[in-house]
Design a protein around this ligand. Structure first.
Ligand SMILES: [Zn+2]
Length: 90
């Protein structure tokens, strides 16, 4: 008997797609209510971000990822920065 793979795409609810304000540096950690500290993100992704990272700062998140998931290999961060630099218009 052949198993059929179902690739049913889940429809996102309107609530999940609603755009919310995310404070890049959390206000509880000294982040300001200023547009330079606010990113517009879909509600569901915003919820998931905070489930994963609570109110960690961006630097704490990077250090956490390197220490716990990338076995202390900072070269991945360097590669990302190099790639980002290369993609930036001059
Ligand atoms: Zn947020």
């Amino acid at each position: 008997m052949e198993m059929k793979k179902t690739t049913k795409k889940r429809k996102k609810s309107p609530a999940a797609k609603r755009i919310t304000n995310h404070h890049i540096l959390p206000t509880s950690r000294g982040g300001k209510q200023h547009r330079s500290n606010i990113a517009k993100v879909a509600n569901r992704k915003h919820e998931i971000y905070h489930m994963l990272f609570c109110n960690m700062t961006p630097v704490e998140i990077i250090v956490y990822l390197v220490d716990y998931f990338w076995a202390g290999q900072w070269n991945w961060v360097e590669l990302a920065l190099e790639r980002r630099k290369k993609d930036e218009p001059e």
